[in-house]
Design a binder for this molecule. Sequence first.
Ligand code: SF4
Ligand code: FES
Length: 247
Amino acid sequence: MEITLNGKSVPVQGEATVLEVARREGIWIPTLCHHPGLPPYGACRLCIVEVKAGGRQGLTASCTLPPAEGLVVETDSPRVRERRKVLVQLLLAVVRDAPEIRELARRLGVEKAPFKPPEEKRECILCGLCVRVCETAGNSAIGFAFRGSQRRVSPPFGKAAADCIGCRACAKVCPTGAVRFEQAGDRLTGEPWQADLQVARCTSCGRPLAARLLLDFARKKVVCSDFEGLCPACRRRKVARSVKRRG
Ligand code: SF4
Ligand code: FES
């Protein structure tokens, strides 16, 4: 199958979305709520492209648009550029200090937000990456709550995250820095989920290793039956010793 991207015919090589085809072709399309390892969500709309033929015409999110024979797509048309600019201006009004948003604004030629910031300071843009990564790789400890302007990501009932295992995947994927974990001594705390977890130590050298619940989770879910609670350095030493013995 072939599609037309910015006037050029390109083959589809098993990609599930136009965004993936464009990326393989080296075409830059900005994204905020997309992660290649997570199901598409279509929340931020930054990845919009203009469908000219072969499908429903108009602006649509490329991260959820499947390639189809005869599809003609413009990734950088004046309409696309204009819409992306407005979206980034809105984001800047909400989270103007987030480096990833500022960098996007710079690339899209947006200098400032002509919109009034919300009265309540916010750091979350509701991209849903944290929720999806928690469902996929973690323990489904958080989800969306409320609707409209009250919509937010939260542990169940707005209470401290009882199911958080401290994998910190949510903090890694968050594009605005709204999720933060801090480790002090034997405690790992995570905001805004109010997570408070005990940290286990390496069974060999005694250095803090990871949240105890995460290690229990790994023992149960991951294929590592010989997992002994060793830190990476001790594990490397152990492997090196056994290789030497065999040699
Ligand atoms: S906390 Fe971060 S990752 Fe989660 S929805 Fe908000 S911006 Fe996205
Ligand atoms: S990356 Fe496609 S809608 Fe966010």
